[in-house]
Design a protein around this ligand. Structure first.
Ligand SMILES: Cc1ncc(C[n+]2csc(CCOP(=O)(O)OP(=O)(O)O)c2C)c(N)n1
Length: 567
């Protein structure tokens, strides 16, 4: 590396890269390095001396965890995060959580090194045997289907523009990840001009709905006898707006395959998570940002029912096949669409008030039955049921805790009143997400109590040694609850749903679903510094949860409960 006669080192592209990320609001640089990282290490080292603004480097010893942490951080602070990994092999390890993040429309700048381009003669040329075998004809091709945009840095002076472009594309609605390939020769080369602060490009405002479509949908709402709203995920600000619409018009809301809190648990129109009972006789279904509003092979609205799809991308254009019936598509941000609908229905409800009142009466009765059943289901029995465990977690963690659920929590039984206090595994369902997302959330929101609820299978997918290490290393105390049924319950259920009367049914679908012998997860977590307990009896659960919460909140220590839960 050349040093000028005055003894000063010229600024190199990797410094420009990190500073541009920081200027674009990227807080963290989650990374797992390799021989492609020396320019990055040099840039962080220089920033340490000069106090240059750069994202905080967060070393993560597995790429899948790095992506999950970026996901969790975004869910808490709404800013895109950066992950950098080692060439093609590191990129390969990101793909599971990249699929989750991509389908969940989460912006992230995923960067990877590239084997040095030149075999000799340049600063940064190949220097290890791996530099030949790691080269690919099209490294970005590994992830192209999961990202919105990819690019390779070829000219050092372009690095600022490349970052600006990557952030612009990632943040454009619908949001999503982008992929940047950074070969080490241009990344370690001097910038031709001094580095100035980068000015982030403006983001376009979220789309508003077409007024005619809103008027049509408002007419349908006013005229409907048995309307139903099905949603899956909403921005926090949209929750009270949906609550108003549902309450004002007496429209039941079902959150199918939920990923966020879409209505407070106590809302009179919160009809749970399965559309089955309500969809069968609906005459209007409003699908609000839901990729799979119902399972067509099991249930569907009756003939003649109006179906409207509302969302930023009501067609889910990146899904190869999706054929839900549709009479109206409204392309708009959910908050804007709900605000517009609230306004539009008001002037139309005069004639409908009597009908709405009658419907409200019927739904109130239905809700009473529903709540009574839920209360019955969460009463502790001889063993800890997932319903009782979910209920106890809701009680123990408090209303401000943020729960990251990788499947097992029964949301019907876990009270969540506030928007942004529950996030669930995205629609792609790649296991190994929840623990990492919770750690990333803790990083971005250190004052919150963060809880991960995981099946024992999901816990193993999360790479627990690495997660517990990251918790200690980066001081991220969270509470992890393992719903330990000693099996892949979902796999067993899938087998029995097809072959209950087949030979697989004779062994209760156990083959390939049995996780026996279960490791002592609590003992293993203890070895990595966690407060941990194994809990088997219902009566022991509330106190165990209180002790674990105490360890996290008062001692800033990670905690794990290994809860034996047969299901
Ligand atoms: C990366 C990945 N591999 C495999 C699967 C398939 N899969 C879906 S659910 C499941 C079992 C989950 O087991 P566990 O977390 O213990 O929860 P349970 O089903 O018992 O409630 C598996 C293996 C997946 N979704 N993601």
């Amino acid at each position: 590396m050349a040093v000028t006669p005055t003894g000063q080192r010229p600024t190199i592209a990797s410094e420009g890269f990190l500073r541009a990320l920081a200027d674009h609001g990227v807080d963290y640089f989650f990374c797992n390095p390799g021989t492609d990282f020396p320019p990055i290490v040099e840039a962080f080292s220089r920033a340490g001396k000069t106090n240059a603004k750069v994202p905080r480097p967060v070393l993560v010893p597995h790429e899948n965890l790095a992506v999950a942490m970026a996901h969790g951080a975004y869910l808490m602070n709404g800013r895109p995060q950066a992950v950098m990994v080692h060439v093609n092999v590191g990129t390969g390890n990101t793909i599971n959580n990249l699929a989750n993040l991509s389908r969940d429309r989460v912006p992230m700048i995923l960067a990877a090194g590239r084997t040095p381009i030149t075999e000799k003669g340049q600063f940064g040329s190949r220097s290890r045997p791996i530099h030949w075998a790691q080269e690919m004809f099209d490294q970005a091709g590994m992830v192209r289907e999961l990202v919105k945009w990819d690019y390779e840095l070829r000219v050092p002076g372009q690095v600022g523009d490349v970052v600006a472009r990557s952030v612009e594309v990632a943040m454009a609605h619908p949001r999503g990840p982008v992929y940047l390939v950074l070969p080490r020769e241009p990344l370690s080369a001097p910038l031709p001009e001094p580095l100035g602060p980068a000015k982030p490009r403006p983001q376009a405002a979220a789309a508003h709905p077409d007024p005619q479509s809103v008027a049509r949908l408002a007419d349908w709402i006013a005229g409907a006898e048995r309307p139903l709203i099905i949603t899956a995920t909403l921005p926090n600000a949209a929750v009270p707006v949906l609550a108003h619409l549902a309450e004002r018009c007496a429209i039941p809301v079902v959150t199918h395959n939920p990923r966020t809190v879409c209505l407070p648990s106590s809302h009179p129109m919160h009809f749970g998570y399965e559309p089955g009972a309500l969809i069968a006789d609906a005459d209007l279904v409003i699908v609000l940002d839901s990729d799979v509003p119902w399972i067509p092979s099991l249930q569907h609205p009756p003939a003649g029912c109006h179906v409207a799809h509302v969302g930023e991308d009501p067609f889910f254009v990146r899904y190869p096949m999706r054929s839900f019936p549709s009479d109206l598509a409204v392309q708009a941000n959910a908050l804007n669409a709900l605000n517009a609908l609230n306004e539009a229905v008001e002037s139309r409800l005069g004639m409908a008030e009597a009908r709405i009142a009658a419907r409200r009466g019927r739904l109130t009765e239905r809700m009473r039955t529903r709540r009574a059943q839920l209360a019955k289901d969460s009463v502790p029995g001889e063993r800890i049921s997932p319903e009782y465990l979910s209920h106890a977690i809701g009680e123990a963690v408090g209303e401000d805790a943020v729960i990251f659920n990788e499947y097992p929590l029964r949301p019907d039984h876990c009270v969540r009143e506030k928007p942004g206090t529950l996030f669930a595994l995205g629609p792609a369902g790649g296991l190994g997400w929840g623990f990492g997302a919770a750690l990333g959330a803790k990083l971005a929101a250190p004052d919150h109590l963060i809880v991960a609820t995981l099946g024992d299978g999901a816990y193993m997918f999360s790479n627990p040694t690495v997660c517990h290490w990251a918790s200690v290393k980066h001081q991220l105390p969270i509470l992890t609850v393992v719903f330990n049924n000693n099996r892949y319950g979902a796999v067993r259920r899938a087998t029995l749903s097809m072959f209950k009367d087949g030979v697989a049914g004779e062994t209760d679908g156990r083959i390939l679903a049995d996780l026996d012998p279960a490791p002592p997860y609590d003992e293993m977590a203890k070895a990595q510094g966690a407060y941990a307990e194994r809990v088997e009896k219902p009566a022991d659960l509330p106190d165990a949860l209180a002790r674990a919460r105490e360890a996290v909140v008062n001692e800033s220590r990670q905690a794990l409960l290994n809860v034996i839960t047969p299901y």
